[in-house]
Design a protein around this ligand. Structure first.
Ligand code: ZN
Ligand code: FE
Length: 256
């Protein structure tokens, strides 16, 4: 299987999972926009075998109806946000098998950005929608900061070699904030330089690896002394829990 980004809108990525068999089969993740996906299918002549949805925001589901009008396919997505586009609702712990691609995923329910948000995990890779970004995380629109922290803690516990396929090209601006939180973290400076040259060359900064996120992403670094110190300064007292450390950093980011 090959995984390719289909750029959409200003800074969204619709991920295409392409099978290697004689007949091209492809699944797409979070098609917020139809036109780029329809173009991709036309150019590759791949046959659409599935649509995967992480959550119901328009920039992740907006293209589905038009895609289906040309390419009927099952639509997998969160049971809690099924609406009328999702034909195969999924819950935490469900296994999703894409027979046409010969792969399967474990479904992780990761509430916080939205209440129903799910991610798709298999050894080596995670499609995490708007939960985790390169050096950042999604805004907490529906859940509590505690829920978002618990969701991020589940991601943090995955193998460090896991590739993180998020839905947005936000890494550069997120690294700016990461530097504000931890000005003396050399891994952040090194990643910022790496990402700057990728972006200059027109390359995506994602997927990253969880290993990379664990040393540079302030929203996964509630154990780092510098992040705890920054949270303490924001709160006016030492945080009582990892969730409170995370929450202080998230609220800080929202205030900028
Ligand atoms: Zn979203
Ligand atoms: Fe989004």
């Amino acid at each position: 299987m090959r995984i390719e980004p289909i750029p959409a809108f200003e800074d969204n990525y619709i991920w295409a999972l392409r099978g290697m068999g004689p007949v091209g089969r492809v699944a797409v993740v979070d098609p917020g926009e139809a036109a780029p996906v329809l173009r991709f299918l036309e150019q590759t002549r791949d046959r659409l075998c599935a649509i995967l949805v992480t959550h119901r925001h328009g920039d992740h589901v907006g293209g589905i109806a038009e895609i289906l009008a040309h390419h009927p396919a099952p639509v997998y997505g969160p049971a809690l946000e099924a609406g009328d586009v999702i034909t195969h609702p999924l819950r935490d712990g469900d296994r999703l098998t894409l027979q046409a691609l010969g792969i399967d995923f474990e479904v992780l329910h990761l509430p916080g950005h939205t209440l129903g948000h799910v991610a798709y995990y298999r050894k080596g890779l995670l499609f995490c929608g708007d939960v985790l970004f390169g050096a950042g995380c999604g805004r907490v629109f529906e859940g509590t900061l505690e829920q978002m922290h618990a969701s991020l803690a589940r991601i943090a516990a995955l193998p460090a070699a896991t590739h993180i396929y998020c839905a947005h090209e936000y890494t550069q601006s997120c690294l700016g904030f990461a530097r504000t939180v931890e000005p003396d973290n050399p891994a952040i400076a090194a990643r910022a330089a790496r990402v700057a040259s990728l972006r200059l060359a027109g390359q995506p900064s994602v997927p990253s690896t969880l290993a990379d996120e664990l040393v540079t992403n302030p929203f996964l670094r509630w154990n780092a002394p510098a992040v705890i110190a920054a949270a303490t300064a924001r709160l006016g007292h030492p945080p009582a829990s990892d969730a409170e450390t995370f929450g202080a950093i998230r609220v800080w980011r929202d205030s900028l």
